[in-house]
Design a protein around this ligand. Structure first.
Ligand code: ADP
Length: 158
């Protein structure tokens, strides 16, 4: 055992299969809020949309930052009024956002989540021009990876 058809090791087949999964086929909808929105609104959106991370966009709709649930918890600890605090002051902002392109592999996305110790990656396309503006196409989260993992495990054995 341990060998599949054509004498290839099972582990190689799994690895090959894994690297062929593309972000574009697994990405979920990005949940976004405007950078002018308040921390209060961001918290409400987090609950309504049932996500752990929000992507923040600027007036042109380009990716401006990321806010995680712990960012929001931290902001809530002080005595400040959350309605008056723009989410842009607490977000992790560009260019420090770790992103992924749709044509990259889901494996590359999973590796970034692990390497950078984050829960979510915005799936983006660079705008024509200087390439510093990113259009949001979706999200890949640890849940996305877990779902793909389960899907792979349910495939019939060759
Ligand atoms: P939590 O903070 O709820 O544990 P994360 O581990 O995803 O969630 O986030 C940790 C920190 O990294 C937060 O400050 C968050 O703003 C930031 N962060 C989350 N996702 C990204 C990303 N894709 N790129 C850069 N920073 C991120």
């Amino acid at each position: 055992m341990g060998y599949f058809y054509a004498g290839r090791k099972a582990s190689n087949v799994i690895s090959e299969r894994l690297h062929k999964l593309l972000v574009n086929d697994y990405k979920a909808m990005p949940i976004v809020v405007q950078e002018s929105a308040s921390v209060y609104d961001a918290i409400v959106t987090l609950f309504l949309e049932d996500v752990g991370t929000l992507f923040i966009v600027n007036q042109k709709g380009y990716l401006a930052g990321v806010v995680s649930r712990k960012d929001l918890l931290r902001a809530s600890l002080g005595n400040k009024t959350l309605e008056d605090m723009p989410v842009s002051i607490i977000m992790t902002r560009m260019p420090n956002i770790v992103t992924i392109f749709p044509e990259e592999s889901l494996f590359a996305a999973a590796k970034k989540l692990i390497d950078f110790q984050i829960d979510s990656l915005p799936v983006v396309r660079a705008e024509e021009g200087d390439g510093r503006n990113f259009e949001l196409l979706g999200r890949v989260t640890k849940t996305t990876i877990a779902k793909a993992f389960v899907e792979l495990g349910q495939e019939p054995m060759v």
